[in-house]
Design a protein around this ligand. Structure first.
Ligand SMILES: [Zn+2]
Length: 641
């Protein structure tokens, strides 16, 4: 079934339709090629914030914090500069979540700080607690004295035993999507951009880092940071630990715990080539330095594009650079996402789809069409699975529905891979040369601004489609953006290497040898495993492992693909290694699906998984804990039905 939901207006004219002139309050599209965000009317279209950013807007955040490992809190002040957009407004509404607010002061026109009244609303489970600060005329600076909670979802405090070095504790943050508000009072919406600075005090022997210009320690033992480019709050980031640095070139390097520092620098040694490829396509890198930090294994994501300092999972350190597309991805966010940002999480594909597209172009540039196509193919398989598992068809639209329950629901392969394939489709229709020039201009036009899907469609029309009207129809565009599933116009990648793998698998299943697999890449192994037929017997699973040694594989992607096959076949010989994997890897991409598959298999597997989870849970990130709690709750609810 194909549910088709047309775009927000019906008109016979493609041009009018793309112009979105009747689209009302969803549109704040500029009419000039170089819009000035400051001058444009701000429409509040992000429902995941309490902030009244259409009336008052934060412009700068200044943090002064103690990083207190004993109590597992950040403790100090947040000073907020703001600009009144609507002169009738005298209340600044901020997002907070699980913060203890001790006092609020405002800077009066006399240059004196004075206490201000404030109110905290009732807590909303998703949005947190609104902090309302009435301010007097002419005031544009408030200071909030506060501390975070030890259970803040955006902060993971690791004990020394939970680090590789075992001697010193570690803290790292994850603000996207709604967790900056668990770190500081803030207008926590991607529609608002702020510059920031920070002063941090940390215990001796620990190095603090932020998504900013890294500051040196001053004579008082304080570290100072500065982010001069305006960023959305979800890019606020902090890491503190026994962290060392190794340069890759004069403006790119790696931070990591000692044990993995050299291996990380080697694994990511081609990052400068990726930067060159990106800059060649889309214009210069605009953020100064680009560094990567390899975090402890509980980091729940592959990577997080914190500006100037991408946060990376150690599961990428495969020893053969086979998983560095994630580096290409996080680096690409320096253009798509960080430079040009979705204005609400309903438009997450503007960040992730563009980034997946740019990532793949860079992989093609560096490693050739075959690798790029293999990665497209694997991505498409993941997308098909997410589309099939979507709770409702609207969650497979690029433009997520207005009643989206949580931004997490937008961060599926729909935003990433469907978004990527939409841009591949546009590239194919308009031609690569024109589309490349268009994207470069788009990144330049919207640099350091936030925009909606409708803004993009209008820009696409004005700067590409108007002069090439036959390249696509409104119906085709709507099918991608406002329609469910994967449109018929999607590219079907067919890498030759995978055709050969299919033959090898068929031969192996028939009892022959798979042939020479000694030169297979990670991608080929993943294709080999992912497409095993249902109903493999335990005898076949044992032979697979005997032939190819998948159990306990050092490459986390291959190990994961193997465990998924083993779980499907209820092959319990993997339990020891699988438990080890679940106890040491905290990356959500792997563990959510492993627990999900175990919980849905049968009672034995489910209770075994619950036992492992009970042991592993304290070491997982708060985000992962919430997601896996939900996996088991859902499985239990289905059993009761
Ligand atoms: Zn991304």
């Amino acid at each position: 079934m194909r549910l088709f939901k047309p775009a927000t207006l019906v008109t016979g004219s493609f041009v009018l339709a793309l112009g979105l002139s009747a689209c009302g309050n969803e549109t704040k599209a500029p009419t000039a090629a170089k819009p000035t965000a400051a001058a444009s009317k701000i429409v509040k279209d992000d429902k995941f914030t309490h902030a009244n950013y259409d009336k008052v807007r934060m412009t700068h955040l200044s943090l002064n914090l103690d990083v207190n490992f004993d109590e597992k809190v950040l403790d100090g002040t947040a000073t907020i500069d703001f600009k009144v957009v609507d002169p009738k407004t005298h209340i600044l509404k901020l997002d907070t979540k699980d913060l203890t607010i001790r006092s609020v002061q405002g800077l009066g026109r006399n240059g004196q700080w004075a206490a201000l009244d404030y109110t905290l609303a009732d807590k909303d489970e998703v949005l947190g607690t609104m902090l309302e600060i009435p301010f007097s005329k002419g005031m544009n600076k408030v200071r909030i004295d506060y501390r975070t909670s030890p259970t803040a979802e955006g902060l993971q405090w690791l004990s020394p035993e939970q680090t590789a070095g075992k001697k010193k504790p570690y803290l790292f943050s994850q603000a996207q999507a709604l967790n900056a508000r668990t770190m500081t009072p803030v207008q926590d919406t991607p529609a608002v951009r702020i510059t920031y600075d920070a002063t941090l005090r940390v215990p001796d022997g620990l190095l603090p880092l932020m998504s900013a210009e890294q500051g040196d320690k001053d004579e008082n033992g304080e570290y100072h940071f500065k982010m001069p480019q305006p960023i959305p709050s979800y890019l606020l980031a902090i890491a503190v630990g026994d962290i060392k640095f190794k340069a890759i070139n004069d403006h790119i390097g790696v931070y990591a715990e000692e044990y993995i520092l050299d291996a990380s620098a080697e694994e990511f040694s081609e990052t400068p080539l990726m930067e060159e490829a990106n800059a060649k396509l889309y214009g210069p890198y605009r953020w100064g330095r680009y560094d990567l930090i390899v975090l402890p294994p509980s980091f729940p994501f592959g990577g997080m594009e914190n500006p100037r300092l991408s946060f990376m999972t150690p599961t990428l350190i495969a020893g053969d650079k086979s998983l560095t597309n994630v580096v290409a991805h996080e680096l690409a966010h320096s253009w798509s996402g960080n430079l040009v940002t979705n204005s609400s999480w309903r438009d997450a594909w503007l960040n992730e789809g563009f980034t997946s597209y740019v990532e793949n172009r860079v992989m093609e540039d560096l490693y050739g069409v075959e690798r790029a196509e293999m990665e497209q193919y694997l991505g498409l398989e993941d997308l098909k699975r997410d589309v099939a598992n979507a709770a409702r068809p609207e969650l497979t639209h690029l433009k997520m529905p207005a009643d989206l329950a949580h931004p997490d629901d937008a961060f599926t392969q729909v935003s990433y891979v469907k978004g990527q394939f939409f841009l591949m489709f546009l590239e194919e229709r308009f031609g690569r040369a024109k589309f490349d020039a268009f994207l470069k201009q788009y990144f330049d036009t919207y640099a350091f601004k936030s925009l909606s899907t409708e803004d993009f469609i209008k820009y696409l029309h004005d700067h590409l489609h108007k002069d090439n009207p036959d390249a696509l129809t409104r119906a085709e565009l709507d099918a991608w953006v406002y329609g469910p599933g994967i449109p018929d116009t999607a590219k079907q990648p067919k890498p030759d290497a995978f055709t050969k793998v299919d033959k090898a698998r068929t031969a192996w299943l028939a009892g022959d040898t798979a042939g020479d697999t000694s030169k297979w890449s990670t991608h080929e192994w993943l294709h080999f495993l992912n497409n095993m037929p249902d109903g493999l017997t335990n005898v076949q699973l044992k032979k697979l492992d005997d032939d190819f040694s998948f159990n306990g594989h050092q490459n986390a992607e291959i190990a994961f693909a193997w465990y998924m096959q083993a779980i499907k076949a209820d092959y319990s010989d993997v339990d020891t290694e699988l438990e080890k994997f679940l106890m040491t890897v905290g990356r959500g991409k792997f563990i959510y699906r492993l627990y999900g598959a175990l919980a849905g298999l049968n009672d034995d597997a489910s209770s075994w998984a619950k036992g492992v989870y009970a042991k592993a849970r304290p070491g997982y990130h708060p985000i992962a804990q919430r997601r896996i709690d939900a996996v088991f709750a859902k499985a239990d609810a289905e059993v009761e039905k």
